[in-house]
Design a protein around this ligand. Structure first.
Ligand SMILES: Cc1ncc(COP(=O)(O)O)c(C=O)c1O
Length: 397
Protein backbone atom coordinates (compact mmCIF):
# COMPACT_ATOMS: atom_id res chain seq x y z
CA UNK A 1 0.00 0.00 0.00
CA UNK A 2 1.49 3.36 -0.92
CA UNK A 3 0.65 6.88 -2.01
CA UNK A 4 2.18 8.24 -5.19
CA UNK A 5 5.53 10.04 -5.42
CA UNK A 6 3.54 12.84 -7.02
CA UNK A 7 1.46 13.31 -3.88
CA UNK A 8 4.47 12.88 -1.62
CA UNK A 9 6.11 15.79 -3.41
CA UNK A 10 3.04 17.98 -2.85
CA UNK A 11 2.80 20.28 0.17
CA UNK A 12 -0.45 20.55 2.09
CA UNK A 13 -2.22 23.90 1.63
CA UNK A 14 -0.98 26.08 4.52
CA UNK A 15 -4.16 28.14 4.53
CA UNK A 16 -6.39 25.08 4.81
CA UNK A 17 -4.09 23.62 7.50
CA UNK A 18 -4.24 26.82 9.55
CA UNK A 19 -8.02 26.97 9.23
CA UNK A 20 -8.22 23.38 10.52
CA UNK A 21 -5.95 24.18 13.51
CA UNK A 22 -8.23 27.13 14.28
CA UNK A 23 -11.32 24.88 14.08
CA UNK A 24 -9.69 22.33 16.38
CA UNK A 25 -8.95 25.04 18.94
CA UNK A 26 -12.50 26.40 18.64
CA UNK A 27 -13.77 22.83 19.11
CA UNK A 28 -12.06 22.85 22.53
CA UNK A 29 -14.23 25.82 23.52
CA UNK A 30 -11.86 28.73 22.72
CA UNK A 31 -13.11 31.89 21.05
CA UNK A 32 -10.95 31.76 17.92
CA UNK A 33 -11.00 34.53 15.32
CA UNK A 34 -9.98 33.17 11.95
CA UNK A 35 -8.24 35.56 9.59
CA UNK A 36 -6.69 32.71 7.64
CA UNK A 37 -9.03 31.79 4.81
CA UNK A 38 -9.31 33.56 1.47
CA UNK A 39 -13.06 33.81 1.57
CA UNK A 40 -15.47 36.77 1.69
CA UNK A 41 -17.56 36.68 4.88
CA UNK A 42 -20.65 37.82 2.95
CA UNK A 43 -23.29 35.40 1.71
CA UNK A 44 -23.98 35.03 -2.02
CA UNK A 45 -26.42 37.81 -3.04
CA UNK A 46 -30.03 36.60 -2.80
CA UNK A 47 -30.92 37.26 -6.44
CA UNK A 48 -28.12 34.91 -7.56
CA UNK A 49 -29.33 32.19 -5.20
CA UNK A 50 -32.85 32.69 -6.56
CA UNK A 51 -31.53 32.27 -10.11
CA UNK A 52 -29.96 28.92 -9.12
CA UNK A 53 -33.23 27.73 -7.55
CA UNK A 54 -35.10 28.69 -10.70
CA UNK A 55 -32.49 26.93 -12.85
CA UNK A 56 -33.04 23.72 -10.85
CA UNK A 57 -36.80 23.99 -11.33
CA UNK A 58 -36.26 24.69 -15.03
CA UNK A 59 -34.40 21.39 -15.38
CA UNK A 60 -30.75 22.49 -15.42
CA UNK A 61 -29.79 19.23 -13.76
CA UNK A 62 -27.87 17.41 -16.51
CA UNK A 63 -24.34 17.46 -17.93
CA UNK A 64 -23.55 20.65 -19.82
CA UNK A 65 -21.08 21.01 -22.69
CA UNK A 66 -17.60 20.40 -21.20
CA UNK A 67 -16.55 24.04 -21.76
CA UNK A 68 -19.73 25.36 -20.16
CA UNK A 69 -23.30 26.32 -21.01
CA UNK A 70 -23.36 28.46 -24.11
CA UNK A 71 -25.40 31.16 -22.32
CA UNK A 72 -22.71 31.40 -19.61
CA UNK A 73 -19.89 31.56 -22.16
CA UNK A 74 -21.82 34.31 -23.99
CA UNK A 75 -22.29 36.20 -20.71
CA UNK A 76 -18.54 35.87 -19.98
CA UNK A 77 -17.68 37.24 -23.44
CA UNK A 78 -20.00 40.21 -22.83
CA UNK A 79 -18.47 40.76 -19.38
CA UNK A 80 -14.95 40.71 -20.81
CA UNK A 81 -15.97 43.35 -23.34
CA UNK A 82 -17.90 45.47 -20.82
CA UNK A 83 -15.37 45.42 -17.97
CA UNK A 84 -12.04 44.81 -19.68
CA UNK A 85 -12.57 45.88 -23.30
CA UNK A 86 -11.48 42.40 -24.44
CA UNK A 87 -12.87 40.59 -27.48
CA UNK A 88 -13.34 36.86 -27.05
CA UNK A 89 -15.52 34.31 -28.82
CA UNK A 90 -17.39 31.60 -26.95
CA UNK A 91 -14.98 28.93 -28.24
CA UNK A 92 -12.20 30.71 -26.32
CA UNK A 93 -13.92 30.32 -22.95
CA UNK A 94 -13.69 27.27 -20.70
CA UNK A 95 -15.84 27.21 -17.55
CA UNK A 96 -14.44 25.07 -14.71
CA UNK A 97 -15.00 24.10 -11.09
CA UNK A 98 -13.27 27.25 -9.88
CA UNK A 99 -10.31 29.32 -11.03
CA UNK A 100 -8.18 26.75 -9.24
CA UNK A 101 -9.28 24.10 -11.69
CA UNK A 102 -8.72 26.46 -14.62
CA UNK A 103 -5.11 26.75 -13.45
CA UNK A 104 -4.80 22.99 -13.08
CA UNK A 105 -6.20 22.54 -16.60
CA UNK A 106 -3.60 24.96 -17.95
CA UNK A 107 -0.73 23.34 -16.11
CA UNK A 108 -1.62 19.80 -17.12
CA UNK A 109 -2.53 20.70 -20.70
CA UNK A 110 0.39 22.95 -21.62
CA UNK A 111 3.46 21.98 -19.61
CA UNK A 112 6.05 19.21 -19.90
CA UNK A 113 8.73 17.88 -17.60
CA UNK A 114 11.63 20.36 -17.46
CA UNK A 115 9.62 23.40 -18.57
CA UNK A 116 9.90 26.48 -16.40
CA UNK A 117 7.08 28.70 -15.16
CA UNK A 118 7.89 32.10 -13.72
CA UNK A 119 5.71 32.86 -10.72
CA UNK A 120 5.61 36.33 -9.18
CA UNK A 121 6.36 36.12 -5.45
CA UNK A 122 4.85 36.48 -2.91
CA UNK A 123 2.57 33.98 -4.65
CA UNK A 124 -0.72 32.24 -3.96
CA UNK A 125 0.02 28.92 -2.22
CA UNK A 126 -1.51 26.67 -4.87
CA UNK A 127 0.46 28.01 -7.87
CA UNK A 128 3.61 26.20 -6.87
CA UNK A 129 1.96 22.82 -6.34
CA UNK A 130 -0.28 23.06 -9.41
CA UNK A 131 2.77 23.77 -11.59
CA UNK A 132 4.87 21.03 -9.97
CA UNK A 133 2.13 18.50 -10.68
CA UNK A 134 2.82 18.83 -14.40
CA UNK A 135 6.55 18.13 -13.93
CA UNK A 136 7.44 21.73 -14.74
CA UNK A 137 9.67 23.79 -12.48
CA UNK A 138 8.35 26.90 -10.71
CA UNK A 139 10.82 29.81 -10.85
CA UNK A 140 10.10 32.61 -8.39
CA UNK A 141 10.69 36.28 -9.03
CA UNK A 142 10.28 38.40 -5.89
CA UNK A 143 8.87 41.84 -5.30
CA UNK A 144 9.74 43.32 -1.89
CA UNK A 145 7.57 45.36 0.49
CA UNK A 146 9.49 48.50 -0.61
CA UNK A 147 8.03 47.95 -4.13
CA UNK A 148 4.57 47.19 -2.76
CA UNK A 149 5.47 43.52 -3.36
CA UNK A 150 5.31 44.04 -7.13
CA UNK A 151 7.81 42.45 -9.49
CA UNK A 152 9.74 44.87 -11.64
CA UNK A 153 10.58 44.37 -15.30
CA UNK A 154 14.34 43.89 -14.80
CA UNK A 155 13.86 41.08 -12.30
CA UNK A 156 11.36 39.40 -14.61
CA UNK A 157 13.65 39.58 -17.59
CA UNK A 158 16.58 38.18 -15.62
CA UNK A 159 14.55 35.06 -14.80
CA UNK A 160 13.49 34.21 -18.37
CA UNK A 161 15.40 31.32 -19.95
CA UNK A 162 14.97 29.20 -23.08
CA UNK A 163 12.89 26.81 -20.94
CA UNK A 164 10.37 29.43 -19.79
CA UNK A 165 6.89 28.54 -21.01
CA UNK A 166 4.69 30.74 -18.87
CA UNK A 167 4.60 33.73 -16.57
CA UNK A 168 1.94 33.49 -13.86
CA UNK A 169 0.72 36.16 -11.46
CA UNK A 170 -2.38 37.53 -9.77
CA UNK A 171 -3.54 41.13 -9.67
CA UNK A 172 -5.09 42.08 -7.30
CA UNK A 173 -2.69 39.73 -5.57
CA UNK A 174 -3.17 37.02 -3.03
CA UNK A 175 -1.37 37.21 -0.51
CA UNK A 176 -0.32 40.88 -0.69
CA UNK A 177 -3.41 42.71 -1.95
CA UNK A 178 -1.16 44.57 -4.40
CA UNK A 179 -2.64 45.77 -7.66
CA UNK A 180 -0.60 46.11 -10.85
CA UNK A 181 -1.51 49.45 -12.39
CA UNK A 182 -1.60 50.08 -16.13
CA UNK A 183 1.95 51.48 -15.91
CA UNK A 184 3.20 48.47 -13.93
CA UNK A 185 1.69 46.16 -16.53
CA UNK A 186 3.10 48.19 -19.41
CA UNK A 187 6.61 47.59 -18.04
CA UNK A 188 5.94 43.84 -17.82
CA UNK A 189 4.51 43.83 -21.34
CA UNK A 190 7.62 45.56 -22.68
CA UNK A 191 9.70 42.64 -21.46
CA UNK A 192 7.25 40.02 -22.67
CA UNK A 193 7.24 41.51 -26.18
CA UNK A 194 10.82 40.23 -26.51
CA UNK A 195 9.76 36.65 -25.70
CA UNK A 196 6.84 35.87 -28.02
CA UNK A 197 6.90 32.14 -27.22
CA UNK A 198 6.09 32.68 -23.52
CA UNK A 199 2.44 32.55 -22.39
CA UNK A 200 1.09 34.98 -19.78
CA UNK A 201 -1.36 33.61 -17.23
CA UNK A 202 -3.21 36.47 -15.57
CA UNK A 203 -5.21 35.44 -12.50
CA UNK A 204 -7.87 38.13 -12.11
CA UNK A 205 -10.08 36.42 -9.52
CA UNK A 206 -10.00 39.56 -7.28
CA UNK A 207 -10.86 41.90 -10.16
CA UNK A 208 -13.88 43.44 -8.45
CA UNK A 209 -12.12 43.96 -5.12
CA UNK A 210 -9.93 46.79 -6.36
CA UNK A 211 -9.85 50.15 -4.58
CA UNK A 212 -7.83 52.02 -7.18
CA UNK A 213 -9.36 54.92 -9.01
CA UNK A 214 -10.07 53.67 -12.53
CA UNK A 215 -10.35 50.06 -11.36
CA UNK A 216 -8.92 46.88 -12.75
CA UNK A 217 -6.66 46.62 -15.80
CA UNK A 218 -6.10 43.25 -17.48
CA UNK A 219 -2.72 42.57 -19.06
CA UNK A 220 -4.67 41.00 -21.94
CA UNK A 221 -5.78 44.51 -22.92
CA UNK A 222 -2.26 45.19 -24.22
CA UNK A 223 -2.51 44.44 -27.92
CA UNK A 224 1.10 43.32 -28.38
CA UNK A 225 0.69 40.32 -26.05
CA UNK A 226 -3.06 39.71 -26.31
CA UNK A 227 -2.74 36.58 -28.42
CA UNK A 228 -0.80 34.73 -25.71
CA UNK A 229 -2.56 35.96 -22.61
CA UNK A 230 -4.82 33.65 -20.68
CA UNK A 231 -7.19 35.39 -18.31
CA UNK A 232 -8.31 33.29 -15.33
CA UNK A 233 -11.29 34.53 -13.36
CA UNK A 234 -14.31 33.25 -11.48
CA UNK A 235 -17.22 33.88 -9.18
CA UNK A 236 -15.76 33.01 -5.76
CA UNK A 237 -14.54 36.39 -4.62
CA UNK A 238 -16.43 39.16 -6.45
CA UNK A 239 -19.82 37.47 -6.09
CA UNK A 240 -19.07 35.70 -2.81
CA UNK A 241 -19.67 32.29 -4.38
CA UNK A 242 -16.70 30.28 -3.07
CA UNK A 243 -18.79 27.19 -2.38
CA UNK A 244 -20.34 27.13 -5.84
CA UNK A 245 -17.01 26.14 -7.38
CA UNK A 246 -17.25 28.13 -10.59
CA UNK A 247 -14.44 29.76 -12.53
CA UNK A 248 -13.34 30.24 -16.10
CA UNK A 249 -10.54 31.07 -18.46
CA UNK A 250 -10.48 33.18 -21.60
CA UNK A 251 -7.66 31.97 -23.84
CA UNK A 252 -6.38 31.58 -27.37
CA UNK A 253 -8.63 29.01 -29.07
CA UNK A 254 -5.94 26.30 -29.17
CA UNK A 255 -5.43 26.64 -25.41
CA UNK A 256 -9.18 26.56 -24.73
CA UNK A 257 -9.53 23.42 -26.88
CA UNK A 258 -6.64 21.72 -25.03
CA UNK A 259 -8.06 22.56 -21.60
CA UNK A 260 -11.53 21.44 -22.64
CA UNK A 261 -10.10 18.07 -23.69
CA UNK A 262 -8.33 17.75 -20.31
CA UNK A 263 -11.46 18.77 -18.40
CA UNK A 264 -13.55 16.33 -20.40
CA UNK A 265 -11.62 13.48 -18.81
CA UNK A 266 -11.46 14.90 -15.30
CA UNK A 267 -14.81 16.51 -14.42
CA UNK A 268 -16.97 16.75 -17.57
CA UNK A 269 -17.42 20.42 -16.65
CA UNK A 270 -19.03 22.48 -13.90
CA UNK A 271 -22.52 21.99 -12.40
CA UNK A 272 -25.42 23.00 -14.63
CA UNK A 273 -27.69 25.07 -12.37
CA UNK A 274 -24.74 26.96 -10.92
CA UNK A 275 -23.63 27.91 -14.42
CA UNK A 276 -27.10 29.17 -15.23
CA UNK A 277 -27.09 31.35 -12.09
CA UNK A 278 -23.55 32.56 -12.87
CA UNK A 279 -24.69 33.73 -16.32
CA UNK A 280 -27.45 35.64 -14.58
CA UNK A 281 -24.98 37.10 -12.03
CA UNK A 282 -22.78 38.55 -14.74
CA UNK A 283 -25.69 40.28 -16.45
CA UNK A 284 -27.60 41.39 -13.33
CA UNK A 285 -27.09 44.51 -11.28
CA UNK A 286 -23.64 44.38 -9.63
CA UNK A 287 -24.56 46.63 -6.70
CA UNK A 288 -23.94 43.91 -4.13
CA UNK A 289 -20.45 43.28 -5.53
CA UNK A 290 -19.56 46.96 -5.24
CA UNK A 291 -21.02 47.15 -1.73
CA UNK A 292 -18.78 44.27 -0.64
CA UNK A 293 -15.74 45.95 -2.18
CA UNK A 294 -16.50 49.17 -0.28
CA UNK A 295 -16.78 47.23 2.98
CA UNK A 296 -13.40 45.57 2.29
CA UNK A 297 -11.80 48.94 1.63
CA UNK A 298 -13.06 50.31 4.96
CA UNK A 299 -11.77 47.22 6.77
CA UNK A 300 -8.40 47.52 5.08
CA UNK A 301 -8.05 51.07 6.39
CA UNK A 302 -9.11 49.99 9.86
CA UNK A 303 -6.68 47.05 10.08
CA UNK A 304 -3.76 49.02 8.63
CA UNK A 305 -4.26 51.80 11.17
CA UNK A 306 -4.44 49.29 14.05
CA UNK A 307 -1.40 47.30 12.86
CA UNK A 308 0.64 50.47 12.52
CA UNK A 309 0.23 51.03 16.26
CA UNK A 310 2.16 47.81 16.98
CA UNK A 311 5.85 48.49 17.50
CA UNK A 312 7.97 46.66 14.91
CA UNK A 313 5.12 45.79 12.54
CA UNK A 314 5.82 46.97 8.97
CA UNK A 315 2.74 47.31 6.81
CA UNK A 316 2.17 48.73 3.35
CA UNK A 317 -1.04 50.02 1.80
CA UNK A 318 -2.33 47.55 -0.80
CA UNK A 319 -5.13 48.51 -3.17
CA UNK A 320 -7.10 45.30 -3.59
CA UNK A 321 -8.30 41.84 -2.53
CA UNK A 322 -8.83 41.44 1.24
CA UNK A 323 -5.34 40.66 2.47
CA UNK A 324 -2.52 42.42 4.27
CA UNK A 325 0.97 40.97 4.24
CA UNK A 326 2.86 42.77 7.01
CA UNK A 327 6.58 42.25 7.53
CA UNK A 328 7.10 40.71 10.96
CA UNK A 329 10.87 40.19 10.87
CA UNK A 330 11.19 42.45 13.95
CA UNK A 331 9.59 39.68 16.04
CA UNK A 332 11.56 36.73 14.66
CA UNK A 333 14.37 35.63 16.97
CA UNK A 334 12.55 36.99 20.04
CA UNK A 335 11.49 34.72 22.91
CA UNK A 336 8.73 34.16 25.43
CA UNK A 337 8.78 31.78 28.41
CA UNK A 338 12.12 30.37 27.24
CA UNK A 339 10.83 29.59 23.74
CA UNK A 340 12.31 31.39 20.74
CA UNK A 341 10.18 32.25 17.71
CA UNK A 342 12.41 31.34 14.78
CA UNK A 343 10.21 31.80 11.72
CA UNK A 344 6.80 32.87 10.45
CA UNK A 345 5.25 29.42 11.05
CA UNK A 346 6.28 29.50 14.71
CA UNK A 347 5.03 33.06 15.02
CA UNK A 348 1.60 32.11 13.62
CA UNK A 349 1.43 29.08 15.89
CA UNK A 350 2.32 31.27 18.86
CA UNK A 351 -0.36 33.81 17.90
CA UNK A 352 -2.95 31.07 17.46
CA UNK A 353 -2.13 29.44 20.81
CA UNK A 354 -1.79 32.68 22.77
CA UNK A 355 -4.16 35.12 21.07
CA UNK A 356 -6.53 32.58 19.51
CA UNK A 357 -6.27 34.37 16.18
CA UNK A 358 -5.52 32.38 13.02
CA UNK A 359 -3.30 34.02 10.40
CA UNK A 360 -1.03 32.34 7.84
CA UNK A 361 2.77 32.17 7.79
CA UNK A 362 4.40 34.09 4.96
CA UNK A 363 6.64 31.12 4.18
CA UNK A 364 3.61 29.45 2.57
CA UNK A 365 3.62 32.30 0.05
CA UNK A 366 7.38 32.31 -0.43
CA UNK A 367 8.35 35.03 2.11
CA UNK A 368 9.25 33.95 5.65
CA UNK A 369 9.54 37.50 7.00
CA UNK A 370 5.81 38.17 6.57
CA UNK A 371 2.41 36.87 7.64
CA UNK A 372 -0.91 37.02 5.77
CA UNK A 373 -3.93 38.54 7.43
CA UNK A 374 -7.26 38.07 5.63
CA UNK A 375 -9.50 40.93 6.75
CA UNK A 376 -12.67 39.32 5.42
CA UNK A 377 -14.30 39.46 8.84
CA UNK A 378 -16.52 41.83 10.83
CA UNK A 379 -15.01 45.10 12.05
CA UNK A 380 -15.73 44.00 15.60
CA UNK A 381 -13.74 40.77 15.13
CA UNK A 382 -10.96 42.60 13.31
CA UNK A 383 -10.52 45.09 16.16
CA UNK A 384 -10.51 42.31 18.74
CA UNK A 385 -8.13 40.16 16.66
CA UNK A 386 -5.55 42.93 16.28
CA UNK A 387 -5.85 43.79 19.99
CA UNK A 388 -5.06 40.17 20.85
CA UNK A 389 -2.22 39.91 18.30
CA UNK A 390 -0.68 43.06 19.76
CA UNK A 391 -0.88 41.73 23.32
CA UNK A 392 0.79 38.47 22.23
CA UNK A 393 3.54 40.25 20.29
CA UNK A 394 4.28 42.63 23.16
CA UNK A 395 5.19 39.61 25.31
CA UNK A 396 8.04 38.71 22.96
CA UNK A 397 11.43 39.93 24.19
C1 LIG B 1 -5.12 34.14 -6.47
C2 LIG B 1 -6.20 33.10 -6.42
N1 LIG B 1 -6.48 32.43 -7.54
C3 LIG B 1 -7.42 31.48 -7.56
C4 LIG B 1 -8.14 31.17 -6.43
C5 LIG B 1 -9.16 30.06 -6.50
O1 LIG B 1 -10.42 30.51 -6.81
P1 LIG B 1 -11.62 29.52 -7.01
O2 LIG B 1 -12.42 29.52 -5.75
O3 LIG B 1 -12.39 30.10 -8.16
O4 LIG B 1 -11.07 28.17 -7.33
C6 LIG B 1 -7.89 31.83 -5.23
C7 LIG B 1 -8.61 31.47 -4.00
O5 LIG B 1 -8.21 31.73 -2.89
C8 LIG B 1 -6.89 32.84 -5.23
O6 LIG B 1 -6.60 33.51 -4.11
Amino acid sequence: MQISDRLNRMEESATIKMAQMARDLAGKGHNVISLSLGEPDFDTPQHIKDAAKKALDDGYTKYTPVSGLIELREAICKKLKRDNNLDYKTNQIVVSNGAKQSLANLSLSLLNEGDEVIIFAPYWVSYKEIIKLSGAKPVFVHGGIEDDFKVNAAKLEAAITSKTRMVLFSSPCNPTGSVYTKDDLAAIVKVMEKYPEVLIISDEIYEYINFLEGGHVSIASFESVQDRCIVVNGFSKGFSMTGWRLGYMAAPQWVAAACSKMQGQFTSGANAFGQKAAAYALEADMGETYKMATAFEERRDLVISLLKEIEGMKVNHPEGAFYLFPDVSYFLGKSVDGKTINNSVELCEYILETAHVAIVAGSAFGVDSCVRIAYSNSTENLKEAVRRIRAALEKLK
